[in-house]
Design a protein around this ligand. Structure first.
Ligand SMILES: [Zn+2]
Length: 88
């Protein structure tokens, strides 16, 4: 199901313009992706920067989570013995 929707800039409220449309195959279905930008170049720059920041923050958080999980899982006296034979 597809519905037409208006994409409004989250910063200035202007209607965003479609920069590019591309189709992506996910499994058995083709999904249409649309990239929109703000008509105001300066505004779009700031939006992009904020998005990047958010993404970085998320990545860092995930990394930290992973690391703490790994640390918790690490038990110094339970090295897998099988490995010894596999890499003979
Ligand atoms: Zn804008």
């Amino acid at each position: 199901m597809q519905k037409a929707y208006k994409n409004v800039c989250c910063r200035c409220g202007k209607e965003r313009i479609v920069k590019r449309v591309w189709k992506e195959r996910i499994g058995n279905s083709v999904v249409e992706n649309t990239e929109t930008v703000c008509p105001d170049k300066e505004c779009q720059k700031i939006v992009d920067r904020d998005l990047k920041k958010q993404k970085n923050k998320r990545l860092q958080m995930e990394k930290r989570k992973e690391e703490s999980l790994r640390k918790r899982k690490k038990k110094p006296n339970t090295l897998p013995l099988k490995r010894k034979y596999r890499y003979n």
